[in-house]
Design a protein around this ligand. Structure first.
Ligand code: CO
Ligand code: CO
Length: 321
């Protein structure tokens, strides 16, 4: 069962019946009203290792878990650790390094680690449940893009393909460095920039790939996204592995799910698979009014971002150009 299905099942339990629920299941994080102006925002995410080094894995997983708070425009405050491991396979030393990596990132994000829970699992898993606060008047939902908005992406894609190559022994940690640095970069700056520039909508790019999360922003709306495949930034080495067929199964699953809502344009199957590559700790995908571009650029400072398309009137589809 995929995470999307879980969200659907929870949604069917109608948590929105509680009047304090402002954003229920289906967005990056849930938002619950505390008073007239403030709400709490909360999320949980747990991943399997994408790198070999335990400290780095803990750090990447922490950045990934914090990302859903930033994708809503929230400010993270507290975190709880969630750890699944096999006690015969992993030494306490390794577990300690994973937690140290997470704690390092949480300090950067000014977020307190309050506790956690571990359980026996055949496969190593680690993540955080994160709680933060959010201004009720400035929530960055996934939906809400308007015709004419520019589509901005704040990190290149391809980490799914790279970690598949790493696991197959075809890539060294050193060649993975640009992707690693990106996975270790908090989306806090991008979130602040989106808020201050008055973005219409935002989400973070994770397991469903760029197209899966883009679709989440338009599904059921009267908006289409026009996405320029050639303008999408990709990490070094990714295209090489792509053409040799080193593609994670998740990319095929994501593309199969989206087949009916994509207009392919002139893109090749390989290109579409790349756009569906599952990301860990990916960037924010932001819909921003054209007039606010300068403001956004200033707020990002030296942090990179890429214009990859625009929102137009439509039927909740993705048009690839
Ligand atoms: Co998300
Ligand atoms: Co998530």
């Amino acid at each position: 069962m995929g995470p999307a299905d879980l969200e659907e099942i929870i949604k069917a339990l109608e948590p929105e019946r509680n009047p304090a629920v402002i954003v229920g299941p289906g967005d990056d994080a849930g938002v619950f009203a505390l008073d007239e102006s403030t709400a709490i925002v909360e999320t949980v995410d747990v991943i399997t290792p994408v790198v070999n080094d335990p400290f780095t894995f803990g750090a990447v997983s922490a950045v990934n878990s914090l990302s859903d708070i930033y994708a809503m425009g929230g400010r993270p405050l507290t975190a709880l650790a969630v750890l699944g491991f096999s006690s015969c396979d992993y030494e306490p030393k390794v577990i300690k390094e994973i937690l140290r990596g997470a704690a390092h990132i949480l300090r950067q994000a000014d977020t307190a680690l309050m506790g956690g829970h571990s359980f026996e699992d055949a496969e190593l898993k680690f993540g955080l449940s994160v709680t933060g606060t959010i201004d009720r008047a400035r929530i960055l939902r996934a939906s809400g893009a308007r015709p004419g908005d520019a589509l901005l992406l704040t990190k290149p894609i391809g980490v799914g393909i790279l970690s598949t190559a790493l696991k197959a022994g075809k890539l060294t940690d050193k060649r993975m460095k640009p992707a690693m640095d990106s996975m270790l970069t908090l989306n806090g700056r991008a979130s602040q920039a989106a808020l201050s520039a008055g973005a219409s909508a935002a989400t973070d790019v994770t397991g469903f790939g760029l197209l899966g999360h883009a679709y989440n922003m338009v599904r059921g709306s009267d908006i289409d996204f026009e996405i320029k495949a050639k303008d999408i930034p990709v990490f070094p080495g990714v295209r090489e592995f792509l053409s040799s067929g080193l593609i994670p199964e998740g990319a095929y699953n994501n593309l199969r799910f989206l087949e009916k809502v994509i207009e392919k344009g002139k893109t090749s199957e390989d290109e579409r698979l790349l756009l569906c590559d599952p990301q860990t700790s990916g960037g924010l995908l932001i819909a921003l009014p054209e007039a606010s571009m300068t403001l956004f650029k200033e707020a990002m400072g030296t942090h990179p971002f890429f214009t990859i398309g625009r929102a137009v009137k439509g039927k909740g589809r993705l048009r690839l150009l």
